[in-house]
Ligand binder design. Structure first.
Ligand code: MRU
Length: 352
């Protein structure tokens, strides 16, 4: 199945879909320097935790690619660390951003320790960014396959925000089982929450599913309780921006409410995410930094003023769903059931 290419490296630039223009325009933008990549992440031209990680890796390569070949490797590493810190300041919540930058820094140190020149190091760092993208593609497919087994017998799911192809390299996370099922000839019906204030559900999830020929029904955020009460929904699946050691999960604002509604109606609530979204350095969701965005996203969304001028606004972009409300994690290393702290560390130990 050919999906939209969220991000790719092409003719010496990172090419991204400018997601601020969706659903009206599918516009591919060439990003040729680190400042443009920083802005693209900050203003959500590229968004969704895994896609942000891939974008940051390419952003770091764009930063170092013109570093003079004849300067010292120490100066090169110093410059790379400075630029990584700059990119890391673009958004605070999705851990994939920091994960990808740390991975690029680790690779740079490894390369330089092997006595490789600055010129060759730059080429190898582009390879690493490409590998992060390719890995995400494989990861998405693995999540899809694991999720599909878990969803056996279920036909209708509800999702929030966009954790589809446009949030990753290809398959998405929450929508990966839907795409894998479609490849095998089975169509799920997806209910998509609009996802105020930036409407990632309406603008992006509804767009990519309908483009792929998957039945999708759009609802406002405040309709999900009524829809679940009507018995239409077999499972809720969402993505994640950061998952802590105990399974607490930060995701798009509104996810926590959805998990409570699912619990109240006996609907299973699944979180789909790659292991790069797990931040095992944090013990609970209380430690996750939550991004707050500009009040105008609420008072003047998409250019139309809908609230009194000067009104006080609170605009957190994410919330934390406590792990006891999550029925299972669907990951690239399989399905993880409670108790999460123990089962997560068991999965990781098996990989070592
Ligand atoms: O603010 P956004 O659009 O970057 O938020 C995206 C989400 O919350 C997604 O659900 C999450 O990043 C997972 S994407 C696979």
């Amino acid at each position: 199945m050919s999906r939209i290419k969220t991000i790719e490296w092409k003719e010496n630039a990172a090419v991204i879909v400018d997601q601020t223009l969706l659903p009206l325009e599918l516009h591919y933008e060439r990003i040729e320097n680190v400042e443009s990549m920083y802005d693209a992440i900050k203003i959500l031209k590229v968004r969704g935790a895994p896609a942000i990680g891939i974008a940051a890796a390419y952003g770091l390569y764009l930063a170092i690619r013109n570093f003079p070949d004849d300067r010292s490797v120490d100066r090169f590493l110093e410059f790379l660390n400075e630029k990584a810190a700059y990119l890391a300041s673009s958004r605070p919540t999705a851990v994939n951003l920091f994960w990808a930058l740390e991975r690029m820094k680790r690779r740079a140190n490894q390369i330089i320790a092997n006595g490789i020149s600055v010129r060759e190091a730059k080429a190898l760092l582009l390879d690493e960014a490409n590998e992060i993208l390719e890995e995400d593609r494989r990861t998405g497919k693995a999540i899809g396959e694991a999720g599909l087994k878990l969803l056996k017998g279920k036909k209708t799911i509800l999702t929030h925000c966009n954790a589809g192809g446009l949030a990753t390299a290809e398959y998405g996370t929450a929508l990966a089982p839907v795409y894998v099922a479609a490849e095998q000839g089975t169509l799920f019906h997806v209910y998509a929450d609009e996802t105020r204030p930036l409407l990632q559900g309406a603008r992006i999830t509804a767009f990519e599913l309908s483009k792929a020929g998957i039945p999708v029904t759009l609802i406002c955020d405040n309709m999900s309780a009524a829809v679940m009460a009507s018995g239409k929904i077999d499972a809720v699946i969402v993505g994640a921006d950061r998952i802590t050691r105990n399974g607490d999960t930060a995701n798009k604002i509104g996810t926590y409410g959805l998990s409570l509604i699912a619990k109240a109606h006996g609907v299973p609530f699944f979180v789909a995410a790659p292991f790069s979204t797990f931040d095992l350095s944090l013990s609970s969701g209380k430690e996750i930094p939550i991004e707050e965005r500009d009040p105008s996203e609420i008072t003047c969304g998409f250019g139309k003023q809908t609230a009194p001028s000067g009104i006080d606004v609170f605009n957190p972009a994410f919330d934390v769903t406590p792990s006891h409300l999550i029925s299972a994690f669907i990951t690239d290393k399989g399905v993880i059931l409670p108790p999460y702290e123990k089962n997560l560390s068991d999965v990781l130990r098996k990989q070592e």
